[in-house]
Design a protein around this ligand. Structure first.
Ligand code: SF4
Length: 212
């Protein structure tokens, strides 16, 4: 794919989803980390329904380190994998207290040293908390759409991210994250993509193979 085509895709997606932005609700940096940890294998919508009660009592790394693990498990239960997520949230908050003076770090390397925080989570936290768009959070939507559009032929999120970065200027990375997620949620729905009304269908391998 040419860089100019990649830019056209972004322009078309921006026009289609002007409201594209982060859909997780949080107020503090630590709550952002927790929201992203909870969003693994779970929808943002469910996370947002689950977190208000938790976030009423937990705002800082110390709050999350201090909360009783059973209480935490109970509160985050609807998000699934609650035992593992609770364990990671507790450990992660303790690491922030001990290694980063109680402040959520703002580099990829430091974030990835935390329990439960992989590259995708770190990218989201960097972008949404610190406004730093170093990379692209490749989730299931970004992966599927990148493959369909010919932006990457890779399967591994980290390799897809490296391919995507080559196509887009740094100052547009913030938008790419949100646009791919919105396109995946609203139009390129995995099980039933709405190809007829898809704003970027002419660039899609699946569309060209099946509908042209
Ligand atoms: S044409 Fe269909 S499969 Fe291709 S990106 Fe659009 S919605 Fe997804």
């Amino acid at each position: 794919m040419k860089k100019s085509d990649a830019q056209t895709i972004v322009d078309l997606l921006k026009k289609a989803y002007p409201e594209a932005s982060c859909s997780l609700d949080f107020e503090t940096p630590m709550q952002a980390v927790v929201s992203v940890i909870l969003s693994a294998q779970c929808t943002d919508e469910r996370v947002n329904k689950t977190t208000p009660e938790l976030f009423k009592i937990c705002k800082t790394p110390k709050d999350f380190a201090d909360i009783d693990i059973n209480k935490l498990e109970e509160l985050i239960h609807p998000c699934g994998f609650y035992k593992n997520k609770a364990k990671n949230i507790k450990l992660c908050s303790k690491q922030i207290l001990e290694n980063f003076n109680g402040k959520v770090p703002n580099t990829m390397e430091d974030l990835m040293s935390l329990a439960g925080v992989g590259r995708k989570t770190a990218n989201v936290v960097l972008l949404e908390v610190f406004g730093i768009a170093n990379g692209i959070a490749v989730d299931t939507h970004a992966k599927r759409i990148s493959n369909l559009m010919g932006l990457s032929s890779k399967k591994e999120p980290e390799k897809i991210e490296q391919d995507l970065i080559k196509f887009f200027p740094k100052d547009t990375l913030k938008d790419i994250n949100h646009l791919l997620v919105f396109h995946g949620r609203k139009t390129c729905v995995a099980r039933k993509p709405k190809c007829d009304t898809c704003p970027v269908n002419i660039f899609c391998k699946y569309y060209r193979r099946n509908f042209l």
